[in-house]
Design a protein around this ligand. Structure first.
Ligand SMILES: Cc1cc2nc3c(=O)[nH]c(=O)nc-3n(C[C@H](O)[C@H](O)[C@H](O)COP(=O)(O)OP(=O)(O)OC[C@H]3O[C@@H](n4cnc5c(N)ncnc54)[C@H](O)[C@@H]3O)c2cc1C
Length: 150
Protein backbone atom coordinates (compact mmCIF):
# COMPACT_ATOMS: atom_id res chain seq x y z
CA UNK A 1 0.00 0.00 0.00
CA UNK A 2 0.90 3.66 -0.29
CA UNK A 3 0.26 6.57 2.06
CA UNK A 4 0.12 10.07 0.60
CA UNK A 5 -0.85 13.53 1.78
CA UNK A 6 -4.19 14.96 0.71
CA UNK A 7 -4.70 18.39 -0.77
CA UNK A 8 -6.57 20.99 1.30
CA UNK A 9 -9.47 20.62 -1.14
CA UNK A 10 -9.63 16.81 -0.62
CA UNK A 11 -9.33 17.27 3.15
CA UNK A 12 -12.24 19.73 3.15
CA UNK A 13 -14.23 17.30 1.02
CA UNK A 14 -13.84 14.68 3.80
CA UNK A 15 -14.95 17.25 6.40
CA UNK A 16 -18.06 17.83 4.28
CA UNK A 17 -18.80 14.08 3.96
CA UNK A 18 -17.93 12.97 7.49
CA UNK A 19 -20.45 13.32 10.28
CA UNK A 20 -18.68 11.90 13.33
CA UNK A 21 -15.48 13.52 14.54
CA UNK A 22 -13.19 12.95 17.50
CA UNK A 23 -12.82 16.20 19.41
CA UNK A 24 -9.65 16.52 21.47
CA UNK A 25 -9.04 19.13 24.17
CA UNK A 26 -6.66 19.57 27.09
CA UNK A 27 -7.34 20.39 30.73
CA UNK A 28 -4.52 20.77 33.28
CA UNK A 29 -2.14 19.00 30.91
CA UNK A 30 -4.48 16.01 30.51
CA UNK A 31 -5.73 15.34 26.93
CA UNK A 32 -9.36 14.17 26.44
CA UNK A 33 -11.18 12.89 23.36
CA UNK A 34 -14.94 12.62 22.77
CA UNK A 35 -16.98 11.63 19.73
CA UNK A 36 -18.95 14.54 18.28
CA UNK A 37 -21.32 15.13 15.37
CA UNK A 38 -20.65 18.29 13.38
CA UNK A 39 -21.34 20.17 10.17
CA UNK A 40 -18.62 21.92 8.14
CA UNK A 41 -18.95 25.32 6.54
CA UNK A 42 -16.19 27.67 5.35
CA UNK A 43 -13.40 27.55 7.95
CA UNK A 44 -15.65 26.32 10.80
CA UNK A 45 -17.04 23.09 12.25
CA UNK A 46 -20.42 23.62 13.94
CA UNK A 47 -21.98 21.49 16.68
CA UNK A 48 -24.21 21.55 19.76
CA UNK A 49 -23.97 20.25 23.30
CA UNK A 50 -25.50 20.46 26.73
CA UNK A 51 -23.45 21.85 29.60
CA UNK A 52 -20.73 19.51 30.86
CA UNK A 53 -17.07 18.88 31.25
CA UNK A 54 -15.92 19.36 27.66
CA UNK A 55 -17.67 22.73 27.33
CA UNK A 56 -16.32 23.93 30.72
CA UNK A 57 -12.82 22.86 29.83
CA UNK A 58 -12.80 24.12 26.23
CA UNK A 59 -13.88 27.50 27.60
CA UNK A 60 -10.79 27.47 29.83
CA UNK A 61 -8.47 26.25 27.06
CA UNK A 62 -10.03 26.77 23.62
CA UNK A 63 -7.16 25.18 21.67
CA UNK A 64 -8.59 21.93 20.26
CA UNK A 65 -7.85 19.16 17.78
CA UNK A 66 -10.47 17.40 15.65
CA UNK A 67 -9.97 14.15 13.76
CA UNK A 68 -12.29 12.68 11.11
CA UNK A 69 -11.80 9.58 9.03
CA UNK A 70 -13.20 7.38 6.32
CA UNK A 71 -11.84 3.90 6.99
CA UNK A 72 -12.71 1.44 4.21
CA UNK A 73 -9.99 -1.15 4.90
CA UNK A 74 -6.57 -1.11 6.60
CA UNK A 75 -5.13 -0.26 3.16
CA UNK A 76 -7.79 2.18 1.94
CA UNK A 77 -8.63 5.15 4.13
CA UNK A 78 -8.62 8.91 4.52
CA UNK A 79 -7.99 10.86 7.72
CA UNK A 80 -8.03 14.58 8.37
CA UNK A 81 -6.69 16.42 11.41
CA UNK A 82 -7.80 19.96 12.20
CA UNK A 83 -6.15 22.27 14.72
CA UNK A 84 -8.43 25.05 15.82
CA UNK A 85 -10.08 27.25 18.34
CA UNK A 86 -13.30 26.60 20.30
CA UNK A 87 -15.85 29.42 20.14
CA UNK A 88 -19.18 29.70 22.03
CA UNK A 89 -22.21 30.88 20.07
CA UNK A 90 -24.31 32.25 22.94
CA UNK A 91 -27.83 33.74 22.79
CA UNK A 92 -26.60 37.31 22.36
CA UNK A 93 -27.28 39.89 19.67
CA UNK A 94 -23.63 39.75 18.59
CA UNK A 95 -23.80 36.00 17.89
CA UNK A 96 -27.40 35.66 16.67
CA UNK A 97 -26.47 35.50 12.96
CA UNK A 98 -23.78 32.85 13.53
CA UNK A 99 -26.15 30.90 15.78
CA UNK A 100 -28.93 30.94 13.17
CA UNK A 101 -26.39 29.89 10.56
CA UNK A 102 -25.24 26.97 12.77
CA UNK A 103 -28.85 25.92 13.36
CA UNK A 104 -29.70 25.94 9.62
CA UNK A 105 -26.50 24.10 8.74
CA UNK A 106 -26.98 21.37 11.36
CA UNK A 107 -30.65 21.00 10.48
CA UNK A 108 -29.81 20.39 6.82
CA UNK A 109 -27.03 17.93 7.73
CA UNK A 110 -29.18 14.96 8.86
CA UNK A 111 -32.50 13.92 10.39
CA UNK A 112 -32.71 14.20 14.20
CA UNK A 113 -29.61 16.43 13.99
CA UNK A 114 -29.84 17.35 17.70
CA UNK A 115 -29.13 13.77 18.86
CA UNK A 116 -27.00 12.87 20.76
CA UNK A 117 -25.71 16.39 21.48
CA UNK A 118 -28.99 17.57 23.01
CA UNK A 119 -30.83 14.76 24.81
CA UNK A 120 -31.92 13.90 28.35
CA UNK A 121 -28.66 13.03 30.12
CA UNK A 122 -28.35 11.33 33.49
CA UNK A 123 -24.86 11.15 34.94
CA UNK A 124 -24.26 9.59 38.35
CA UNK A 125 -28.05 9.36 38.86
CA UNK A 126 -28.45 13.13 38.38
CA UNK A 127 -30.29 14.64 35.40
CA UNK A 128 -28.52 17.65 33.93
CA UNK A 129 -30.29 20.83 32.80
CA UNK A 130 -31.44 20.53 29.19
CA UNK A 131 -30.14 23.72 27.63
CA UNK A 132 -28.77 23.66 24.10
CA UNK A 133 -25.33 25.20 23.62
CA UNK A 134 -24.20 26.01 20.10
CA UNK A 135 -20.49 26.15 19.44
CA UNK A 136 -18.03 26.12 16.58
CA UNK A 137 -14.40 25.25 15.98
CA UNK A 138 -12.47 27.75 13.89
CA UNK A 139 -10.17 25.82 11.57
CA UNK A 140 -6.62 27.21 11.85
CA UNK A 141 -4.71 24.31 10.31
CA UNK A 142 -5.78 21.26 8.35
CA UNK A 143 -3.89 18.21 7.12
CA UNK A 144 -4.99 15.02 5.40
CA UNK A 145 -3.45 11.63 4.67
CA UNK A 146 -4.82 8.80 2.61
CA UNK A 147 -3.91 5.15 2.33
CA UNK A 148 -4.15 3.52 -1.09
CA UNK A 149 -4.04 -0.23 -1.80
CA UNK A 150 -1.51 -1.71 -4.19
C1 LIG B 1 -21.53 9.13 17.63
C2 LIG B 1 -21.59 10.12 18.76
C3 LIG B 1 -21.84 11.46 18.48
C4 LIG B 1 -21.92 12.40 19.49
N1 LIG B 1 -22.18 13.70 19.18
C5 LIG B 1 -22.23 14.63 20.17
C6 LIG B 1 -22.44 16.01 19.86
O1 LIG B 1 -22.59 16.40 18.71
N2 LIG B 1 -22.47 16.89 20.90
C7 LIG B 1 -22.29 16.49 22.19
O2 LIG B 1 -22.31 17.31 23.08
N3 LIG B 1 -22.08 15.20 22.50
C8 LIG B 1 -22.04 14.27 21.52
N4 LIG B 1 -21.82 12.95 21.84
C9 LIG B 1 -21.63 12.59 23.25
C10 LIG B 1 -20.21 13.01 23.67
O3 LIG B 1 -19.28 12.11 23.14
C11 LIG B 1 -20.06 13.08 25.20
O4 LIG B 1 -20.31 11.82 25.76
C12 LIG B 1 -21.01 14.08 25.79
O5 LIG B 1 -20.98 15.28 25.06
C13 LIG B 1 -20.70 14.36 27.26
O6 LIG B 1 -19.46 15.00 27.33
P1 LIG B 1 -19.10 15.90 28.63
O7 LIG B 1 -17.70 16.33 28.54
O8 LIG B 1 -20.15 16.95 28.79
O9 LIG B 1 -19.19 14.80 29.73
P2 LIG B 1 -19.78 14.87 31.21
O10 LIG B 1 -21.17 14.32 31.15
O11 LIG B 1 -19.57 16.21 31.81
O12 LIG B 1 -18.92 13.77 31.91
C14 LIG B 1 -17.55 13.85 31.95
C15 LIG B 1 -16.98 12.52 32.35
O13 LIG B 1 -17.61 11.47 31.62
C16 LIG B 1 -16.69 10.81 30.77
N5 LIG B 1 -17.32 10.75 29.43
C17 LIG B 1 -17.98 11.72 28.78
N6 LIG B 1 -18.38 11.31 27.57
C18 LIG B 1 -17.95 10.04 27.44
C19 LIG B 1 -18.07 9.07 26.42
N7 LIG B 1 -18.68 9.36 25.23
N8 LIG B 1 -17.52 7.86 26.62
C20 LIG B 1 -16.88 7.60 27.78
N9 LIG B 1 -16.76 8.46 28.79
C21 LIG B 1 -17.28 9.68 28.63
C22 LIG B 1 -15.44 11.66 30.76
O14 LIG B 1 -14.26 10.92 30.69
C23 LIG B 1 -15.53 12.42 32.05
O15 LIG B 1 -14.90 11.73 33.08
C24 LIG B 1 -21.73 11.99 20.84
C25 LIG B 1 -21.46 10.64 21.11
C26 LIG B 1 -21.41 9.73 20.09
C27 LIG B 1 -21.13 8.29 20.43
Amino acid sequence: MLIESMTREASIDLLKRARVARLGYIHDGQPYIVPMLFAYNVDYLYSISTAGQKIDWMRINPRVCVEVDDLVTAQQWETVIVLGQYEDLPHTEEHETSRAHAHALLQSSRPAWWEPGYVKTIVGGKERPLEVLYFRIRIDQISGRRGLPG
